[in-house]
Design a binder for this molecule. Sequence first.
Ligand code: DGL
Length: 272
Amino acid sequence: MNIGVFDSGIGGMTLLHQAMVLMPHEKFLFYADTDHVPYGTKSKEQVISYVDGVIQFMISHDCKAVLIACNTATAVAAAPMRSKYKLPIIGIEPAVKPAVAESEGKRVMVVATPLTVHEEKLRNLVQRVDNAHLVDLLALPRLVEFAERGEFVSEAVTDYLKEQFSEYELERYGELVLGCTHFNFFKDTFRKLMPEQVHMIDGSLGAVRQLARILEAEGALAKPLAQKAQSWEKNKNDISVRYFESGREILDAGKLHYIESLHERLEKMRLL
Ligand code: DGL
């Protein structure tokens, strides 16, 4: 059986990539809902209905679990989907709790999509863990557009981020939470713009580990997890993964080649 991983677009590859490194013996289906990207500027109801469609697709394609590789979709749709469907549905949320714990009294910046920033789920999480009022939430919707057109390092990206950060005294920050899976593609630019003491954190590894734990507990892993970290370079050509754009399988060699280049970029960003 397959593991279904999905997002509105290429952001979800951040988790797919982590999952391929951790569980190279699994068969993956990656679904980018490109007909509806971006999710982060849509209404909650719209996103719930898109996610419902994707999960039905996963079920009809023999998936044993679904990983919602999107903070926005998790925030609005994970709970209703878990009550509607029986298979394990694992999501990702901004890593605010570990960021606050590690910030040593410095401020914490959480960057995400507008829908995630305005959703109750994130607001409640911040209220629970941010007793010292250290957390700031900032929506960066244009980064999703840059990512979808493959523009990862450019003057326009740098100028956009500089402008968005201009209101903040960055020296006062200790943690930057990447609360949208598309944002991992920009870690090198974030690194350049943030003072040295700022540590970047995201929930992708946590979510993938949670998926592995659930499959392990159900005896549903294709092979037991390896004790040592796996090498991407060594395994990349043997891992079974099929890619879909809103339900249409990607078979075009040029597009598959582009996807490969995204994995190469993510591997670099993962090691930053
Ligand atoms: N990658 C998604 C997330 O983690 C959403 C991007 C979008 O479609 O707006 O929130």
